[in-house]
Structure formats: structure tokens, C-alpha cells
Design a protein around this ligand. Structure first.
Ligand SMILES: Cc1cc2nc3c(=O)[nH]c(=O)nc-3n(C[C@H](O)[C@H](O)[C@H](O)COP(=O)(O)OP(=O)(O)OC[C@H]3O[C@@H](n4cnc5c(N)ncnc54)[C@H](O)[C@@H]3O)c2cc1C
Length: 482
């Protein structure tokens, strides 16, 4: 039997359900990746994300070749290319791991219908999450909209039916088939119309495994505090790996719980807080799959929320300042510069920057969502949309609309010495710690000493936070009264 494994966001060999099944069931296995031209042309993602994907694919192709499997690739419309390929190679079965984005669900349904009409068997698998939306429901069978309830069910399910890790499928196949395949040349980011950029987080399955071990041996030991400090490596930076499936969420949870079971020194609190984040990831994925409308609009009606600022010159000026990290609020600016320079931004700063755009600048959250998608190395529709909706109070389980992050207090609390700010806003490098969070309050003499003239080297605040906060709350009066 000849099987095609349609590889998508599962760029690994370990614990890879579709590949494992194909290798167990077929005499001949052909892995296929299709570069989606319409999606690439739409520019929803940026160079860091595309460079990361291409780099992961290079490593995957080499790893598959070592095991006797030659990755094939096509470029064009995904549906047409997959269907054409299956006919060309005369496959009997097509395997893939399920995706939960609305457009992907629609695409997969179309491919499945067309293949079945041709008599080709289709086998699909859960992979991207530990539990799919249908597996975790409320007592009425509806999707859960509160994270706390979802989390409780998630753990109940984990204890009742812990998903096992799969053995490496290719080794099994290699034992039968023997030999290795010639390595193939894949397109570069340039070939796909993007720039190849230096990666701030190294790509590939081996690196994902290494990073997971590094994190569980070190930073997780003080995750509860460390995860909020943007100046240190306090989090795993595994997000692009989960995004492209170079690491499975199952592997991460098993490995994390394994460190507890082996009686190491890691605290339960730190470890479970980290797993909570993986559960947030699944929570947002199940929201997206159960309520696909969130991809294009708010989950909740916007009643009571202040109207965003209308388009115009002021909108353009404020939005450009936010995108370029020129707001005059050093923590926000450091975050935006980290994003623009590295394709990644610390979670705490993502929350502050999002709140600032929506509530201080009163710019619609979807403009921020779009910008993040275009810049992030871990750009992921479910996580990005879920978090932007959380920040804008339009989501399922959101931050209250009246809660507004104070960028100054956040800065003082989480970057007290300004180490993070200094790294990404070098014009503030010599500003003393007591002024780094509000450099516009420096006297002329202090500005001269720090080599930073406000208004010339670094901007004055583009809005006054206290005033912007009051305006926002006044405009959304019903919100506060609720
Ligand atoms: C406005 C905004 C936009 C965001 N956009 C994205 C995005 O496009 N892609 C993305 O992967 N994450 C996004 N996040 C969530 C979060 O910021 C990143 O997942 C996290 O910073 C990645 O760093 P890490 O891998 O070191 O996380 P860790 O702290 O090590 O967490 C482990 C994993 O849990 C998941 N996770 C952590 N926090 C969250 C969260 N709040 N929501 C969902 N999953 C989470 C990630 O997969 C992460 O890799 C966004 C957050 C905000 C506030």
C-alpha cells in the first residue's frame, strides 16, 4: 500500500501520529509539503515566521532522508496541489494531522471529499493539541468559555486518559525498507518572496528538544516569578516550536510532569504554572475551532466598550509610533523594538503593549493583532487572536474592560533597573534607573549627562497615560457600572 503523509504544522519525526500510522500501515510512504502560494502572497505572516518554517523544513527533509524517506514538495494552491500529487503518485491512502483554524478546516474538508470521491482513503489524527475541542466540554456538551473550568476538565481528562507518546515511526519503517534517500533542495524564504532573517530562536526538532531540556533543567525552577521579568530568559521560548509542531504539546507535558515524578528539586507550583500556559494555548485553539467567527471579529458584542479612534491622520500618527516603538513609554517601546528586531516579544510586554494600543491610544485591537501576526516568529491565529481579544475585553474569558495596564508601573515592577529597556532602546542606555521608566521627567542637565535629549533622541510620551485612561473609562461608562 502506498501512503502520502501531508505534512503541515507538524515538522518533526518524534511523536508524529500521521507519520507513525503511515509507516506502520504502508509499504511505501511519501511525505509531502505544499507551500501555500495564496497564503504566502497574502502576507499574513512575516519574514521571521517564514524563515523559521523553511529552516525547520530543511532539517526535517534531512532527517527524513536519513531514514529512507524523501520529502516531496509542491508550491501553489494547497487543495489543487495535494489532489494532483495523490493522483500522480497513485496513492492509496493520505494521512494528515488535523488543524483547527477555520480556513484549514474548510481546506481539509474539501481535500477529504475530493479524495474520497476518487476512492482514496483519508486518515486524520489529533496532534496539535493534547485534547481536541470535542474532548473537553461542559456538562451541557457545549464548549467551555471560562479558562478555569476548561483547565479543571483538561486535568480530569489527563488523569483519566493520559495520551501516550508515540514511538519514532521512521525507525520502524527504516528497519523494513533500509537505506536512505537523496536529500532534496527546498525553496528558501527568498524563493517564497520573503527575506531570510537571522533567527532569534533556532529552528528544528533537535533544537526544540534541546530547548525543552534546557528549560526544564533551569528556568522552570523559578518560572512563577521569572516568567514576568523580560530582561531574563525566564520562559521556554518554545512558542514557534509549538506553532510549527517541531515539538508536540504531549511531549512537553510528559517531560514536565516527568521532572516532578523523578523527585527533582523543581517546585510543583512552578511546573504546573508552566503547564497552565500550555493549557491556555489549547483553550484558545478550542475557542477558535468552536467559534470560528472570532477569527474575523469580536467574540462578544462590543456594547459598553469605547469606540476605537476613527481612521485619519491622528490614527496613523499614533499607530506608526506604536509599531515603531516611539511612544515615549520605554517598556512599550522596548517591546515593540524587540518584536521588530527579533520577531519575538516577552509575554508580559505583549500584554502591556496590547493594552496600550487599545486603551491608551484607542486603536482597534484588530490592527494590533494584524501587526503582531506579520512580525511574530510564533505568529499563531488562535493564540494571537485569543490574547488580543483578551486584552480588548471582547474575548471569551477576558481581562475586564476597565482594567488598564499602567505602562509606568508595569515597567517599574517588572524591569526595575531598566535592563530590558536599555537592551532594546539603546538611546536610553545611560539614563539612571530612577528615570528610565519616565525619561521625559529628566531635567536638561540629566538629559545631557545621559546623552539623550527628549524630543530629539527619544520621544516625549505621545499621550498622557492618566488622561488617556480617564477618557477611555468615560467613553466606556457602562463598562465600569456593570
Ligand atoms: C497580545 C498577545 C499576542 C500573542 N500572540 C501570540 C502568538 O501569535 N503566538 C503564540 O504562540 N503566542 C502568542 N501570545 C502568547 C504568549 O505571549 C506567547 O505564547 C509566549 O510569550 C511565548 O513565549 P514562551 O514560549 O517562552 O512561553 P512560555 O511561558 O514558556 O509558555 C509555554 C507555551 O505556552 C503557550 N503560551 C504561553 N502563554 C500563552 C498565552 N497567553 N496564550 C496562549 N498560549 C500561551 C505557548 O505555546 C508557549 O510556548 C500572545 C500574547 C499576547 C498578550
Amino acid at each position: 500500500m502506498r501512503g502520502v503523509v501531508w505534512i503541515r504544522r507538524d515538522l518533526r519525526l518524534q511523536d508524529q501520529p500521521a507519520l507513525t500510522a503511515a509507516c506502520a500501515e504502508c509499504d511505501e510512504v511519501i511525505p509531502l509539503f505544499v507551500f501555500d502560494d495564496p497564503l504566502l502572497r497574502a502576507r499574513q505572516f512575516g519574514a521571521p515566521c517564514v524563515t523559521f518554517m523553511v529552516s525547520c523544513l530543511d532539517e526535517l527533509a534531512a532527517a527524513l532522508a536519513d531514514q529512507g524517506l524523501a520529502l516531496q514538495w509542491r508550491r501553489g494552491d494547497q487543495i489543487e496541489e495535494v489532489l494532483r500529487f495523490v493522483v500522480d503518485v497513485k496513492a492509496d491512502v493520505v494521512y494528515w494531522n488535523r488543524d483547527y483554524e477555520p480556513a484549514s478546516i474548510h481546506r481539509d474538508w474539501k481535500v477529504q471529499q475530493a479524495l474520497m470521491a476518487q476512492g482514496v482513503v483519508v486518515r486524520t489524527f489529533k496532534d496539535h493539541v493534547v485534547f481536541e475541542a470535542e474532548e473537553i466540554r461542559g456538562s451541557t456538551g457545549d464548549p467551555l468559555q471560562r479558562y478555569s473550568a476548561y483547565r479543571a476538565r483538561w486535568w480530569t481528562k489527563w488523569h483519566a486518559a493520559t495520551p501516550p507518546l508515540l514511538p519514532s515511526p521512521v525507525r520502524q519503517r527504516n528497519q523494513r525498507a533500509g537505506g536512505s534517500s537523496p536529500k532534496i533542495a527546498l525553496p528558501t524564504a527568498e524563493d517564497l518572496g520573503y527575506q531570510t532573517v537571522p533567527l532569534s530562536i533556532a529552528a528544528g526538532e533537535k533544537e526544540a528538544q534541546r530547548r525543552l531540556r534546557w528549560f526544564l533543567d533551569g528556568p522552570v525552577h523559578r518560572y512563577v516569578e521569572g516568567r514576568n521579568i523580560p530582561a531574563i530568559d525566564g520562559t521556554s521560548k518554545l512558542s514557534p516550536h509549538f506553532r510549527f509542531g517541531t515539538l508536540s504539546a504531549r511531549t512537553a507535558v510528559h517531560a514536565a510532569l516527568g521532572t516532578l515524578a523523578t523527585g527533582g528539586s523543581v517546585s510543583r507550583r512552578d511546573l504546573l504554572t508552566w503547564i497552565d500556559e500550555l493549557i491556555w494555548r489549547e483553550f484558545f485553539l478550542q475557542i477558535l475551532s468552536a467559534f470560528p467567527q472570532v477569527a474575523s471579529g469580536p467574540f462578544r458584542s462590543k456594547d459598553g466598550l469605547p469606540r476605537p479612534r476613527p481612521a485619519g491622520a491622528e490614527w496613523t500618527r499614533l499607530y506608526a509610533a506604536w509599531c515603531n516603538g516611539r511612544t515615549g513609554y520605554p517598556l512599550v517601546d522596548a517591546g515593540m523594538k524587540q518584536l521588530n528586531q527579533t520577531g519575538w516579544m516577552h509575554n508580559r510586554v505583549r500584554m502591556v503593549a496590547a493594552s496600550f494600543l487599545i486603551k491608551d491610544l484607542r486603536i482597534d485591537w484588530q490592527s494590533g493583532e494584524r501587526y503582531f501576526m506579520q512580525q511574530l516568529i510564533d505568529a499563531d491565529l488562535a493564540a494571537n487572536n485569543g490574547n488580543w481579544q483578551w486584552a480588548s475585553a471582547t474575548g471569551t474569558d477576558s481581562m475586564p474592560g476597565y482594567r488598564i495596564f499602567n505602562p509606568l508601573l508595569q515597567s517599574r515592577k517588572f524591569d526595575p533597573e531598566g535592563a530590558y529597556i536599555r537592551q532594546y532602546v539603546p538611546e536610553l542606555a545611560a539614563v539612571p534607573p530612577d528615570k528610565i521608566h519616565a525619561p521625559h521627567l529628566m531635567t536638561q542637565k540629566e538629559q545631557n549627562l545621559a546623552g539623550c535629549r527628549i524630543g530629539r533622541d527619544y520621544p516625549s510620551p505621545i499621550v498622557d497615560h492618566r488622561q488617556a485612561r480617564e477618557e477611555y473609562l468615560a467613553l466606556g461608562k457602562q463598562l465600569v457600572m456593570r
